[in-house]
Design a protein around this ligand. Structure first.
Ligand code: S3P
Length: 446
């Protein structure tokens, strides 16, 4: 049984608080942690990674790479070291590679494995086995790999027989960093150049990190290209805090008048910072301090001062820059005065759960008026949230967003199915208590 199919359901029982104050540091960025392992395994030499996120998702990538023969030294504290010997040193795994709940693990590994001349199978938990894979299967097959999956390649498990790739110029209909990165990881092993064009720029961590590994991708608008048969040299990396994890505290502080919270050393890559702009438009004061660059990624302390928020509109163009923050922003909308419309967000339907439907259903239990349409949510905020039993539906970001809502609720909020938080944010409840010491959050069995 995978982690996502746990038999014991864990819940949080939460009582809110008025006070939100302090300075905290959230764990390392999930997207960057995955990429540090994958590029480290493809490189020649020992890559050192500081601030690696030890969450279930990133550990799924780590275990898969070990099964492919990469030596990774992972002391309980300090640097993770990846002893890369180039992609040619990877060997056929003896068993099925399990990505657990992690779409990033499965899709990026598919890109890596498409270039290797051996057979491998990638699978995941029940949630991941329902997520669309044709978006990576089609370009990787067009490059020359053989990929088979359930429902004509739509769903995992995916069986891959890779090798002998040719570079392509691929135009993807979705702005997806996982799709882009899968194609680039294959392209680095192909004959000739590979380029990917997306409708709007998705997070560009792969491109930035490749530069640190000595391969400089070329960018023109939303097209990025990498050379084929590239040789990556080991790097020394420092991973910033995850803005998507910081977002839960940023929303909590932004929506509480008088609150003042600082999130230290957070990655503020502009392809990820849409939520900060939205919360500022809703009335919060958010500043970035001690701005600097680490390993090609911008990093800053984020200082949030809260207020009575007001509703806003979040349109399609902004979605890729705040994709993972929509659950937290929906809670901000529920707490804000007036109406918030989030549109062009169909991609949320194919995340760990259908987040548009999950948000509509769970926020309604808290007394929030929400209208769900094909690719949008209309949220009327400003009413007191009521005591309720809600469920994460197995989605880590739903669980943490509902905990933020619980801080503002009258009486007790019970959030069911919270073990999934380990996929991205071990220690979330402990950090919540640091900035909201008056709140009571207890984990209980069902
Ligand atoms: C990620 C890309 C995004 C994001 C996910 C992490 C990545 O997914 O939602 O949490 O690390 O590349 P999509 O590529 O499906 O948009």
């Amino acid at each position: 049984m995978t982690k996502g199919e746990r038999d014991t359901m864990r819940s949080w029982v939460l009582h809110g608080t008025e006070r939100l104050q302090g300075a905290i540091r959230v764990p390392g960025d999930k997207s960057i942690s995955h990429r540090s392992l994958l590029l480290g395994a493809m490189a020649h030499g020992t890559t050192e990674v500081r601030g690696f996120l030890r969450s279930e998702d990133c550990l799924a990538t780590l275990h898969a790479l070990r099964a492919l023969g990469t030596e990774i030294v992972e002391p309980p504290e300090g640097c993770v070291r990846i002893l890369g010997q180039g992609p040619e040193a990877l060997r056929e795994p003896e068993t099925i590679l399990d990505a657990g709940n992690s779409g990033t693990s499965l899709r990026l590994l598919a890109g890596l494995l498409a270039g290797r001349p051996f057979f491998s199978i990638l699978t995941g938990d029940a949630s991941l086995r329902r997520r669309p894979m044709r978006r990576v299967v089609d370009p990787l097959a067009a490059m020359g790999a053989t990929l088979l999956g359930r429902a004509a390649g739509q769903f995992p498990p995916l069986a891959i027989r890779g090798g002998r790739l040719s570079g392509i110029a691929w135009k993807t209909p979705v702005a997806s960093a996982q799709v882009k990165s899968a194609i680039l990881l294959a392209g680095l092993q192909a004959l000739g150049e590979t380029s990917v064009t997306e409708p709007t720029l998705s997070r560009d961590h792969t491109e930035r990190m490749l530069t640190a590994f000595g391969v400089v991708p070329q960018r023109r608008g939303t097209t990025v290209s990498v050379p084929g048969k590239a040789r990556l040299a080991a790097a020394s990396l420092s991973i910033p805090g995850d803005l998507s994890s910081a977002a839960f505290f940023i929303v909590a502080a932004a929506a509480r008048p008088g609150a003042e919270v600082i999130l230290r050393d957070v990655g503020v890559n502009p392809t990820r910072t849409g939520a900060l702009e939205v919360l500022a438009a809703m009335g919060a004061t958010i500043t970035q301090e001690r701005e600097r660059s680490e390993g090609g990624e911008p990093v800053a302390d984020i200082h949030v001062r809260g207020t009575h928020l007001r509703g806003t509109t979040i349109g399609p163009d902004l979605i890729p820059r705040l994709l993972d923050e929509i659950p937290a922003l929906a809670v901000a909308a529920a707490l804000a005065e007036g109406e918030t419309v989030i549109s062009g967000a169909a991609e949320l339907r194919v995340k760990e759960v259908d987040r548009l439907s999950a948000l509509a259903g769970e926020l309604a239990k808290l007394g929030v008026q929400v209208v769900e349409e094909r690719d949008s949510l209309r949220i009327v905020g400003g009413r007191r949230l009521r005591r309720a039993v809600v469920s994460s539906r197995g989605d880590h970001r739903m669980a943490m967003s509902l905990a933020v809502a619980g801080l503002f609720s009258e009486g007790e909020t019970r959030i069911q199915d919270v073990a999934c938080v380990e996929t991205s944010f071990p220690g979330f409840a402990r950090l919540l208590l640091e900035v909201a010491p008056g709140c009571d959050i207890r984990e209980v069995g069902d």
